[in-house]
Design a protein around this ligand. Structure first.
Ligand code: GDP
Length: 361
C-alpha cells in the first residue's frame, strides 16, 4: 500500500519498522555481590590491578568487627604484603582548625598533579561515622576527593586507639599494594593518637598556627619532639609577619631539644594551605628528608622498628581480646570486679583469679 509520507519529498518523515522493546532489566547486570562474597584471591587480584572498588571493599573488611570478615581481611593483607612498602608515609597532625583538611587538599593536589597516587587515611579514635565531622571526610577535601588518583578514607569508627590504629596500619598495606605511592595519615593533635600515627609513618608533619599569643599552643612537647617538620599555616594577608615570627620561635625552641636519632634537623617553614603558597617548598622538604633518611639508613631502621612495634601491639590486642571473650572469664568478671571494688579481695588477687580461669588452672 502506498503511504504518502514515504514519498521521496517527505524523506525525513520515513516511518521505520519498529524494533522489539528492550528488556527493562539488563540481563548482563549481575546482582551486586557483598564485600564478603569475594574470595581473598579475587580481592587481592583487584587490589593489585589498582581497582579502587575492590580496595574499598577490602578496607571495609579490615574495619569490620566480624570474625569471618577479619579472616578474609587477614588473608588479603598477607597476599598484599609482598607488594606493599613502596610508598612515602606521611603523618599529619595539628589542633582542630589548624587547617589540616585545607592543607591536605593543597598538598595532595600538588602531588597528584605530578603523577603520584595519594591515599588519605585518618586516625581518630573518638570519631563516630554518623556524626559527620570525621577526619579524612571527603567533603573537607573537595578538590582531592574528585581527583582520580586520590583515595580518601575516613577514620575507622570509634574504638580503642590500638584497634583503630591497627586497622589504619593494615589499610596502608592494601593501599600500597594498589599502587598508591604516597600515604597521608591524618590525626588531631590533641591526644594520644599522634604516637600511634608516628609509629606507622616515615615523616611526621606538624601543622601550627601563628598569632594566638603563646606560640606553642596546645601542643605538648612530646609531639614537637616527634615532628620531622613544623609548618606554620595561614601565612597569608596580615598574618604573614606573625607566621614568620612564630616560625623563628619554633626554630629556637627546637634548638633546645636534643638532636634527633636520625640526625635530621626538623625544618620549620611558613605556608598558606588556602592560597597554596609554600606548598612546593613543603614537598621539597619531604624530598630532602627522604633522600637524607634513605641515604643514612634511618628510613629502613625506622620501618623495621615499626614492624617490631606492630608485632607486639598485635599480640597484645589478640591476647586482650581472647581474654575478655573467654566464656569463663566473661562469666566471672562482674562478680570478681565487685569484690575488688568493695575491697574483699585485692586487685592483684582479682586479676590472678581471672587469669587462672583464662589459663584453665
Ligand atoms: P582542620 O580542622 O585542621 O582540618 O582545619 P580546616 O582545614 O578545616 O581549616 C579551618 C579553617 O581555617 C577553615 O575555615 C579554613 O578555610 C581556614 N584555613 C585553612 N587554611 C588556611 C590558610 O592557609 N589561610 C587562611 N587564611 N585560612 C585557612
Amino acid at each position: 500500500m502506498h503511504h504518502p509520507e514515504n514519498d521521496e519529498q517527505y524523506k525525513g518523515l520515513k516511518v521505520n519498522k519498529g524494533v522489539a522493546h528492550a528488556p527493562t532489566v539488563n540481563p548482563y547486570l549481575k546482582r551486586r555481590p557483598q564485600a564478603q562474597s569475594y574470595s581473598p584471591a579475587e580481592l587481592t587480584e583487584g587490589i593489585l590491578c589498582g581497582n579502587i572498588t575492590m580496595l574499598s571493599r577490602a578496607v571495609t573488611l579490615v574495619e569490620s568487627a566480624r570474625e569471618e570478615h577479619q579472616q578474609i581481611a587477614r588473608q588479603v593483607i598477607e597476599q598484599c604484603l609482598p607488594h606493599a612498602g613502596k610508598s612515602v608515609r606521611i603523618g599529619i597532625t595539628g589542633v582542630p582548625g589548624a587547617g589540616k583538611s585545607t592543607s591536605i587538599d593543597s598538598l595532595g593536589m600538588y602531588r597528584t598533579e605530578r603523577g603520584h597516587k595519594l591515599a588519605v587515611l585518618a586516625i581518630d579514635p573518638s570519631s563516630e561515622r554518623s556524626k559527620g565531622s570525621i577526619l579524612g571526610d571527603k567533603t573537607r577535601m573537595a578538590d582531592l576527593a574528585r581527583h582520580p588518583s586520590a583515595f580518601i578514607r575516613p577514620s575507622p569508627a570509634a574504638g580503642s586507639l590500638g584497634g583503630v590504629a591497627r586497622k589504619t596500619r593494615e589499610t596502608i598495606v592494601l593501599c600500597e599494594a594498589a599502587g598508591f605511592d604516597t600515604i597521608f595519615v591524618e590525626t588531631v593533635g590533641v591526644g594520644q593518637s599522634e604516637t600511634a600515627v608516628h609509629s606507622m609513618v616515615d615523616f611526621f608533619l606538624l601543622i601550627q598556627l601563628a598569632g594566638t599569643g603563646d606560640e606553642l599552643q596546645g601542643i605538648k612537647r612530646g609531639i614537637m619532639e616527634m615532628a620531622d617538620g613544623i609548618v606554620i599555616n595561614k601565612a597569608d594577608g596580615d598574618n604573614i609577619l606573625k607566621a614568620r615570627m612564630a616560625a623563628s620561635q619554633f626554630r629556637s625552641a627546637l634548638s633546645l631539644f636534643p638532636p634527633s636519632e636520625s640526625g635530621w634537623k626538623p625544618t620549620v617553614m611558613t605556608y598558606s594551605g588556602y592560597y597554596k603558597t609554600g606548598i612546593a617548598e613543603i614537598w621539597q622538604m619531604l624530598d630532602d628528608y627522604m633522600r637524607f633518611a634513605l641515604g643514612n639508613g634511618y628510613f629502613a631502621a625506622r620501618r623495621s622498628r615499626q614492624a617490631k612495634y606492630w608485632m607486639y601491639e598485635s599480640i597484645g590486642e589478640a591476647l586482650r581480646s581472647s581474654f575478655y571473650h573467654h566464656p569463663a572469664v566473661a562469666a566471672a568478671l562482674p562478680d570478681i570486679e565487685r569484690q575488688a571494688l568493695n575491697s574483699s579481695i585485692t586487685p592483684f588477687d582479682a586479676a590472678k583469679r581471672l587469669m587462672d580461669l583464662f589459663l584453665g588452672i
